[in-house]
Design a protein around this ligand. Sequence first.
Ligand code: PLP
Length: 409
Amino acid sequence: MTTAETTTQAETNGDSSREWIEKEHKYYQSTFKRTMVMERGEGVRVWDADGKVYLDLVAGIATNVLGHAHPAVVRAICDQAGQLVHVSNLYINKRQVELAEQLYNVSGGMRAFFSNSGAEANEGAIKLARKYGRINRNGAYGIISMDRSFHGRTLATTAATGQKKYQDTWRPLPDGFSQVPFNDLEALKAATTDMTAGVLIEAVQGEGGIYPASTEYMHGLRAWCDEQNLVLICDEVQAGMGRTGKFFSWEHMGIRPDIVTMAKGLAGGVPIGAMLAAPRADIFEPGDHGTTFGGNPIACAAGVATIQTILGEDLVGHAARMGEYLDQRLRELEAKHPSMVSGVRGLGLMRAFDLAEPRAQDVMDRALEQGVLITNAGPSTIRFVPPLIIQPADLDEAVAKIDTALTAL
Ligand code: PLP
């Protein structure tokens, strides 16, 4: 955001927001450029510190899958807080086992390891792939990931992220990571060496701009990993939990990975990550990996309630239907603003369109003035990752407001 844009937003803030923004600048490191203070949420709406309400199509960037303050999540957190807030992973906690069982069932038999975030889930997957390579491929440790991918902000996941803008400041990055063009099997084959242990991919790229992999590519990738004895890791941090209209986005392509990573929506907004392993890759032994907070009872209780609600209310099917509807409405927007909007794409409730110019921030700012929160994926792409509970009337309202925003530009 430029200084001028920051000023525009700041001018519309009331006194309460301004006070908190000043304090934030004083006490918080300058990692985020932000000018809005959020106070509370309910369903698909959030209220800022000045009482202004917004339709929230950002949803914590694909995290609040059940919207804000969903009664099932609130109840699960409160009940668990009164019973057991935390216990060391030296002991078994029942909620952790229950969540692992749910994930075992939805993944068709993968066992879980819980962390606190998506980056940590990917760190666990990278370690597991390295162990697999050490045992099965003469010490191979290399991970091939995709151009335009995003896998997190730790050093290893930064090295796996296929976007220079996230990498350049932090060189030298950990050894053993390389990237190839997405959806290009020959490039992947050419990049595979004796030192390759596995491939890490988002079946639907999120931060990179909402690009689904082709079914043909994913089948070729699976076959190549089998042939070369590599592990196939699917990063479902953003695309998982029903968002794309299937519980896992790789189900669209009809393949099964060896390792799956999750986070974001897994506990409806409570911090958690998960790394799932199919029997072939399930080779961690005691002492290999660990965490203090990962799989904490409160996070897992929220996770159990979230998955129960998603499955019980068929929110996966609902996401598929709402995704179709959003796609149709965005195509109408494209037809109405052909010089500005193009490339409507995505799966389920993971959608995007491109702008003719790098003006995503302007569109987001104008949409904000209209009372709708949307996010971007790069300077020229608008991204939609709303709560899975969203209804057609909400989408109509959002599209009408974005239409107004585009017209204003
Ligand atoms: N992987 C993907 C696909 C993501 O979209 C993200 C975050 O946006 C991450 C990993 C990192 O997750 P976290 O921010 O929880 O570490």
